[in-house]
Design a protein around this ligand. Structure first.
Ligand SMILES: NC(=O)c1ccc[n+]([C@@H]2O[C@H](COP(=O)([O-])OP(=O)(O)OC[C@H]3O[C@@H](n4cnc5c(N)ncnc54)[C@H](OP(=O)(O)O)[C@@H]3O)[C@@H](O)[C@H]2O)c1
Length: 270
């Protein structure tokens, strides 16, 4: 299937590893120019080198950018650098690290503020910076997409991840509002909700559980897998396939959707 992504430009945040890297890789394989960012120069340039090799694309198709997505000015600069380098922007994938573990009363109000900055405000800043360019892309190429990475915890909160549950729900509300607002311009807005997927974030969460329960990593992973209709942990490539579909020309009539990629962990009918 042709996804219509050849020579489109994508900006993927939080992409030095994990889900962001997997999404950037798949988009590059589908023919996109890809700008990818993270907070650390060495990590993001190494990721860009890996991506060029893994996707087998020329050096000038991949642009590594140092950008902490909680800093509005840095986000503006990163989006502008992307447009200056590639001549436009068609696909924005908002993403960042996850907030620390903790039950609702274990964490402080300041922790909630930080989580909202990390996961909600960063999403808003990235969309604000990208929207003028996405409007142009919709007008000239009929192809403009926003995909926000949230979490399965937005649909079905995880008791030990109160910060994530809270901030992600905000992103879902923002996504739905934005989809209505920018739909008439031809821009689609969707969210992808990963369930337990094999990345460094999962190892961090497992360490927290290990400290509390003394369980081995394998036992923790088995518990996570048991919660799913498909009794296993997801792979980043499986998540990236969903992002790529939503980024594609094929998804032109799909907007305002919250798509879990969670092996059936969410138990709601709708
Ligand atoms: N993996 C899962 O099972 C799972 C499940 C549900 C939700 N999620 C959520 O999905 C998102 C991605 O998950 P992941 O598993 O890929 O996490 P990860 O392996 O921890 O990777 C996070 C990425 O984000 C970058 N990053 C962190 N803070 C940033 C910031 N302020 N500005 C720019 N880049 C930043 C990191 O790079 P640098 O350190 O180089 O900046 C890294 O590339 C997270 O929000 C996570 O909570 C993951």
């Amino acid at each position: 299937m042709d996804f219509g992504l050849t020579d489109r430009t994508a900006f993927v945040a939080g992409a030095s590893k994990g889900l962001g890297y997997a999404a950037a890789l798949e988009l590059a394989r589908e023919g996109c120019n890809v700008a990818l960012c993270s907070r650390d120069e060495t990590r993001i340039t190494t990721a860009a080198d890996d991506l060029r090799e893994d996707a087998d694309v020329p050096d000038d198709r991949v642009l590594p950018l140092v950008c902490d997505v909680t800093e509005e000015a840095a986000v503006q600069d990163a989006i502008q650098d992307t447009v200056d380098t590639f001549g436009g922007l068609h696909v924005l994938v908002t993403n960042a690290g996850g907030p620390p573990s903790g039950a609702a009363t274990d964490v402080e109000p300041s922790d909630y503020r930080e989580a909202v900055e990390l996961n909600l405000m960063s999403t808003i800043s990235m969309c604000e910076a990208a929207l003028p360019h996405l409007r142009s892309a919709a007008e000239t190429d009929g192809h403009a997409r926003i995909i926000m990475v949230t979490s399965v915890s937005a649909k079905q909160p995880i008791p030990t991840l109160a910060l994530s549950n809270t901030a992600r729900a905000g992103v879902q509300g923002y996504a739905k509002s934005l989809a209505e607002d920018v739909g008439p311009s031809g821009i689609t807005v969707n969210t992808v909700l990963p369930g337990y997927t094999r990345t460094a974030r999962l190892e961090d969460l497992a360490e927290d559980i290990q400290e509390d329960t003394g369980q081995s990593y394998d036992e923790i992973e088995a518990d996570w897998a048991d919660q799913n209709a498909l009794p296993r942990i997801g792979e980043p490539e499986e998540f990236a396939s969903a992002v790529t579909y939503l980024a594609s020309a094929r998804a032109g009539y799909v907007t305002g959707v919250a798509l879990p990629v969670d092996g059936g962990r969410s138990k709601h009918v709708l």
